[in-house]
Design a protein around this ligand. Structure first.
Ligand SMILES: [Zn+2]
Length: 128
């Protein structure tokens, strides 16, 4: 008789999100055996949204690790392809602002150079 732990079953169900038939294949047992174990360990398979970790796609840090968000919100976050934690959100916003500023500078380079030339000329004139 194969030894299976509640932790392993929960990992396969909630973290890897495998179906009972897939778990049976992985563990090389009949699907009825898996169902029996789930019943014996008293695992509530409807709670996958609670157990499955939500990770930031940027840094891998877990979001809502204390499981404080409601079911709807967690399911919504789990369905997303791109998801960023607060610090990554800020970092991405900073990067985008820098790129925007750079684009603006590039676009206005000629005008900027002209402006700086004039500015230096005027300063020189006022100094002499
Ligand atoms: Zn992150």
């Amino acid at each position: 008789m194969l030894e299976v732990s509640k932790e392993l079953l929960e990992k396969l169900l909630f973290h890897d999100r495998l179906m009972i038939k897939d778990i049976a294949r992985v563990l090389k047992v009949h699907r009825n055996t898996v169902s029996k174990w789930i019943k014996e360990f008293d695992i509530d398979t409807r709670m996958w949204w609670y157990h499955r970790p939500i990770a930031c796609t940027e840094c891998g840090k877990e979001i809502d690790s204390k499981r404080e968000l409601p079911e709807k919100r967690r399911k919504n976050l789990l369905a997303r392809k791109i998801l960023r934690c607060e610090s990554c959100k800020k970092e991405v916003a900073r990067r985008q602002n820098r790129e925007k500023a750079q684009r603006f500078r590039d676009k206005n380079r000629d005008y900027y150079n002209f402006y700086m030339r004039e500015y230096r000329k005027k300063r020189k004139e006022s100094e002499s």
